[in-house]
Write a protein that binds this ligand. Structure first.
Ligand SMILES: Cc1cc2nc3c(=O)[nH]c(=O)nc-3n(C[C@H](O)[C@H](O)[C@H](O)COP(=O)(O)OP(=O)(O)OC[C@H]3O[C@@H](n4cnc5c(N)ncnc54)[C@H](O)[C@@H]3O)c2cc1C
Length: 291
């Protein structure tokens, strides 16, 4: 899979991602769909405002799954940690996996917990979202790891292979770790602090002296994934066609702003792929003129 060049990569398994994937399939684009699960679709208590559907979140995700199977849409399990512009498209990394695509639709939603003070400011100066990419930079150092889900425990263990001491702050679950140099901290992080670089993580009841803070969560701020991406607060800046400031990269769904609604997310997923196709057609035209 690594060297295959896709025409379009859709990142995110929620409604915006699924609408984008369906549209890419109907437009016969060579598609790579990266993500996990169904996004926030399963959280709704009862959905009354999405055309032709009424029911709870479980029934909704069931319908989404049936559609994936019926349409032959395969979601490649991956949590993307980097999207890089190259001469002929984009290079995408997800832990130890990597992919190439000519265009990208970012449909990564927004994390309800949001970001804490200093998290954005110290990105690349002690704040990281990717254990595999940055773990080795903290060899012999003290770090804090903020985990938003139990599934990230393995990445915390991976970091413990480099760092001297790892303070794990587990949000909403009780953390259990094998590595002896992991210490679980039961508190709530409120700010990343430092000067040139991170030197601490402030919690409600205490402050940890650390050289780095890893936030392991389902959704990282978009500018942490894509260098040079223009954002406005928590959102990616887009045109009505879903174009971002980076040619060939489009965005759809909650990540582009409110209202946070399934119908908006689905519509934007579709529009972004039509825009991506127009972009791909322009590339193909230029290629023909060159040859
Ligand atoms: C409790 C609750 C109830 C709701 N009820 C309703 C309702 O009744 N009606 C309504 O219209 N809307 C409702 N909403 C809003 C609706 O859920 C959202 O608007 C919708 O899910 C947005 O879809 P999305 O695809 O943009 O984002 P999401 O659903 O958030 O999906 C984004 C996906 O991208 C994935 N992702 C993030 N980062 C990465 C990465 N780096 N690599 C790979 N994948 C990544 C995430 O894991 C997730 O799967 C509700 C929301 C909540 C929380």
């Amino acid at each position: 899979m690594m060297n295959e060049n896709y025409q379009i990569a859709v990142i995110g398994g929620g409604i915006a991602g699924q609408a984008a994937a369906l549209t890419a399939k109907s437009l016969r684009l060579k598609l790579l769909w990266l993500g996990e699960g169904y996004g926030k679709a399963d959280r709704a208590e009862y959905i009354r405002n999405y055309p032709a559907f009424t029911g709870d979140g479980a029934a909704f995700t069931d319908a989404l799954e049936k559609q994936r199977v019926a349409e032959g849409l395969a979601l490649t399990p991956a949590r993307v940690d980097g999207v890089y512009k190259t001469a002929d498209g984009f290079f995408i990394t997800a832990g130890k996996q990597s992919f190439s695509a000519q265009s990208v639709v970012l449909a990564i939603g927004v994390e309800a917990a949001g970001v804490i003070a200093g998290e954005r400011e110290f990105l690349g100066r002690g704040v990281s979202y990717c254990a595999v990419c940055d773990g080795a930079l903290y060899r012999g150092k003290n770090i804090a790891v903020v985990l938003s889900d139990e599934k990230f425990a393995e990445e915390a263990e991976y970091l413990a292979g480099f760092a001297s001491n790892v303070y794990c702050v587990c949000r909403g679950f009780e953390g259990r770790f094998r590595a002896e140099n992991i210490q679980t901290v039961s508190d709530t992080p409120i700010a990343v602090v430092g000067e040139e670089r991170v030197n601490g993580l402030r919690l409600i009841k205490s402050e940890l002296a650390v050289d780095g803070v890893f936030f392991l969560k389902n959704s990282a701020p978009p500018e942490a994934l894509v260098g040079g991406l223009e954002t406005e607060g928590n959102f990616v800046k887009v045109t009505r066609s879903g174009e971002t400031n980076l040619k060939g990269l489009f965005a759809a769904g909650d990540i582009t702003g409110t209202p946070y609604q399934f119908a908006k997310a689905a519509g934007e997923g579709l529009v972004a792929v039509y825009s991506a196709r127009a972009y791909l057609n322009t590339l193909a035209q230029k290629e023909r003129e060159r040859s």
